[in-house]
Each structure stands twice: as structure tokens, then as C-alpha cells.
Design a protein around this ligand. Structure first.
Ligand code: GAL
Length: 412
């Protein structure tokens, strides 16, 4: 058989098998909740309009742990997807394995260096080369409250830990589950991010970024675990295994009063036609106003040799300022570039953008531990284990702080 004929036969075979062509991108992601899928659709439609086909590889599971397990299996089998949703230190870990593509060509033409904040570039680049395109910035120290449940307490929006507890107590007295929470380690970790930050910027930094044993095992950490136990007392008995978006739904339908969650939760409220300020309120976790723990979803392109056309087109599309506005308005996050106007964002989005800029200018912007932006996955998972064991009553606060030092030490 002639070579051209052979190639044509192989191409037809690939199409029949559902494999991607040169103009397709196969995208591995974990955006499967209602709000996440709606945001993903904005991207799919944007790419379709440019003639780039989408081969969907969803792996359900908030926070992306399951997606990362699937990714490892795919790469080990020599079958890496073209593009992968990824967080923070995972990007650096994969880059170190030498399996990622290089996006410098697109980055240069599009001027990414000038518009992507430093804090994101730290994760989008490896050895000075662009290896990922950031699609958003989320932050984790938010509380989402049902407005009528809050109003029924007769109390205002809480601004301190004490006021927050008073609100949760009043909700309980009104027969509502005060805190909607799901039982998955990353969700416990999301609470922990906020609680640690609530005890001070320096404490967050020394414990969860610098991994200072004195901070990890000291009195303040004992206090952090004591606060985690207090929060646990406001969660209903059926939280085990619950997905985060089902916890959001409890707040939306008034079964629960509040959820501590990153701003992807807003995507769920919007999907349910809820209006910020009318149906729900978004506040920073009381005691953390002015500071932000962030995470950024980035699209990492795996090395596919010469076939970079679709990857480059996707990277360019992801970074387009008009797209960044349209996508993030739906997703609940804020743009990953500094030159996108806030015009189309709702009040929570505008606040998110302003908070991010202020926190960055004031040295109060920190990577989220729970979402892979303060320490590599191995350390994060060790912290998760202790936080979840304590949340489920296996350790008292003092023991948890001691275990935290040991768990982190064992990974270093
Ligand atoms: C985060 C991710 C968000 C959102 C969330 C829940 O880690 O950055 O985009 O998807 O998980 O799945």
C-alpha cells in the first residue's frame, strides 16, 4: 500500500474510533456540576466558532483529585490528553517530568507577560517558558448565605468569628442547618484554609506556605482546630460523602443558612436564577476581609510533537479578554488577566475583582492550600488527612496539631 493511502486509512480509522483529529482538542477536566458545565459550555462554543473540535474527557469530583488520578493513568499508558485543567503545584510537578508542551510562541504574540499577574505566572511558567494558559482566578475564603435565612436571624452580615458564630447559633435556633458542608477531604481543607487565615496572615503564611513546624504545631494551630470543631457542630448528620454543589443547593433552597466555599459556588446560585444581594449574599470568611486565598484553573498542554495547531488556538482562545469576561461571569471566578473590565460582572464578581487587586497590592494574596497553590500535592494530601481525621472526631485539637507536624514532616 502506498504511504498516502496508508495514512488516509489510518486517519479514517481514528475518526471511526472517535479519536481526535489535528483540529480537535481532547480536554480532561472536572467541571461537571451545573454551574461548572455552564461555564465550560462558554469555552466549547467559543472554540467551535473557530473550527476547533472538542473531545470531552470529564472526570467528576470537586477539587480535581479524581481527574489527576485519571491523568496519571493516561500518561502512563502513553495516551496523554491534549489539554488538561490543572491547579498550581500540579502544573509544576508535571512540567518537571518533561511531558508538557511549550506555549511561548502564543504567549509572545499575545503579550501574556504584560497582563497575567505575577502570582499566576509563577504557576504558568517553568524554567522561564509558558506551559499553561490561566483561565480564571478563584478564591476560597468566601461564605455564601441564603439572604432570607440570614434576615430571619435579625442579625447583619458577620464581620468577625464571634459574629459568625452568633449568626450560626441564631440559624440553628430557627430550625435551619446552619452550615451546609460535604464530607470530602478537599472540602474540609477549604474550611481549614479560611479558619487558618482568620487567625492572621502571618499565621497562614508560616503554617501553610512556609510549613514552619512551630506554626504547624503551636497554640494558634490548636485554636484553629478548636474552631474547626466548632464549625463541625453546625453541620448536619448526613454530610458524609456529599458533593459541594449539593451543599450549595441546601443554601439555595433554604434548608441551610451558609456554605464556606470557593466562588465556584456562585456558579450554582446563578444557575438557580439567584440574584446576589437579593437571594444570597457573598461575604469574606469573617475575620479575613482584605486577604485572599486564591487558586487558578489553568489549561496545560501536553507535548504532542508538531501537532500544536489546535493547542495553540485553544490557548489563545482561553486568554482572550472578551472570552475571559464571558467565561468568568458564569463560572463565579474572576479573570486571569488584569486588563478585563468588570462591567459584565455582578456585585460578587466586582467585589472578587476588587478584593484580588487590593490583596495583591497589599501583600495579602496567598495561594490556597486546599486547592493546590501553597504546597505540592504530596504535602497537601498529608494535611488533608489530619484535617479530615480531626473533623470526623478522630483527634482532639491538641493531637491534631501534633499530627500535622508529623504528617508534613513525613513528606519533606
Ligand atoms: C476547584 C477548581 C474550581 C472548581 C472546584 C470544584 O479546585 O479550581 O474550578 O471546579 O474545584 O470542583
Amino acid at each position: 500500500m502506498k504511504l498516502t493511502k496508508l495514512m488516509a486509512t489510518a486517519a479514517i480509522g481514528a475518526v471511526l474510533a472517535g479519536a481526535s483529529s489535528a483540529e480537535d482538542v481532547e480536554v480532561l477536566h472536572w467541571w461537571t456540576s451545573g454551574g461548572e458545565a455552564a461555564a465550560l459550555n462558554v469555552l466549547k462554543e467559543d472554540l467551535a466558532a473557530q473550527g476547533i473540535g472538542w473531545v470531552d474527557m470529564p472526570v467528576a469530583g470537586g477539587g480535581g483529585e479524581a481527574a489527576m488520578t485519571t491523568l496519571r493513568a493516561r500518561v502512563t499508558a502513553g495516551d496523554a490528553p491534549t489539554a488538561v485543567q490543572m491547579l498550581g503545584f500540579d502544573i509544576k510537578d508535571w512540567a518537571a517530568e518533561g511531558v508538557l508542551g511549550n506555549l511561548n510562541e502564543v504567549a509572545e504574540v499575545e503579550g501574556w507577560d504584560a497582563v497575567v499577574p505575577e502570582a499566576l505566572q509563577f504557576f504558568s511558567k517553568y524554567d522561564g517558558n509558558w506551559i499553561a494558559a490561566p483561565v480564571n482566578v478563584h478564591s476560597t475564603n468566601w461564605v455564601w448565605m441564603n439572604k432570607s435565612v440570614l434576615d430571619a436571624t435579625g442579625l447583619g452580615e458577620p464581620t468577625s468569628w464571634e459574629e459568625f458564630i452568633a449568626v450560626l447559633d441564631a440559624m440553628k435556633a430557627n430550625g435551619v442547618t446552619p452550615l451546609a458542608h460535604g464530607g470530602q477531604a478537599w472540602q474540609d481543607g477549604t474550611l481549614f484554609d479560611a479558619v487558618v487565615l482568620g487567625l492572621g496572615d502571618d499565621f497562614y503564611k508560616s503554617a501553610l506556605i512556609d510549613l514552619d513546624p512551630d506554626a504547624l504545631g503551636g497554640d494558634k494551630m490548636v485554636e484553629a482546630f478548636e474552631r474547626m470543631a466548632v464549625l463541625r457542630s453546625y453541620v448536619d448528620d448526613n454530610f458524609s460523602g456529599r458533593d459541594w454543589n449539593l451543599a450549595s443547593a441546601m443554601v439555595i433552597n433554604g434548608e441551610a443558612g451558609a456554605q464556606m466555599m470557593g466562588d465556584w459556588a456562585k456558579g450554582e446560585f446563578l444557575r438557580a436564577d439567584q440574584v446576589p444581594g437579593e437571594d444570597f449574599v457573598c461575604i469574606r470568611f469573617p475575620g479575613t476581609q482584605g486577604a485572599v486565598t486564591f487558586n487558578s484553573d489553568q489549561f496545560v498542554m501536553f507535548d504532542v510533537g508538531e501537532n500544536t495547531t489546535a493547542q495553540y488556538a485553544m490557548a489563545k482562545a482561553v486568554m482572550d479578554p472578551v472570552f475571559q469576561s464571558a467565561f468568568n461571569v458564569v463560572k463565579g471566578s474572576v479573570p486571569a488577566r488584569t486588563d478585563v473590565p468588570n462591567t459584565d460582572f455582578d456585585d460578587c464578581g466586582k467585589k472578587g475583582m476588587a478584593d484580588l487587586a487590593d490583596a495583591s497590592a497589599n501583600g495579602r494574596l496567598f495561594g490556597s492550600m486546599a486547592h493546590g497553590h501553597s504546597v505540592p500535592a504530596a504535602v497537601k494530601n498529608a494535611i488533608y488527612d489530619v484535617v479530615t481525621a480531626h473533623f470526623n472526631g478522630e483527634f482532639d485539637a491538641q493531637t491534631a496539631a501534633e499530627e500535622l507536624v508529623n504528617a508534613v514532616e513525613s513528606t519533606l
